[in-house]
Design a protein around this ligand. Sequence first.
Ligand code: ZN
Length: 119
Amino acid sequence: MKERLCRCGRPMVQEKRTITREIGNRKIVIANVPVLYCRHCQEILYSARTVKKMDELIRRFPNKTLLTYPNLLDFNSDLRSRLSKLDPYNILVTAPEEPVKRYEIVFLANSLQSKLRSA
Ligand SMILES: [Zn+2]
């Protein structure tokens, strides 16, 4: 995983945090949000995908002030490492805003097929 540096120059870590967003004059608390966090200056960064998902969540439950970020694609590390052997280009775990190249899909399909054949 590429390390991301904070504007203060220290490495940021991936964490799940409870964050508060203010929409108009409402405060909405969202738990379990995956963020990049700087332990030095408390800077928090969200990916575009995470922001989109939070907005969806808020729209879907307009009356709730306490939400939990859904982590359906939150693979555990064992599954993730097995997956990364089958899927070296990380198609299955790549953020959807990043375009997937055709040869990557072909490679994944071939890799899954040969895995099934040998199983
Ligand atoms: Zn920082």
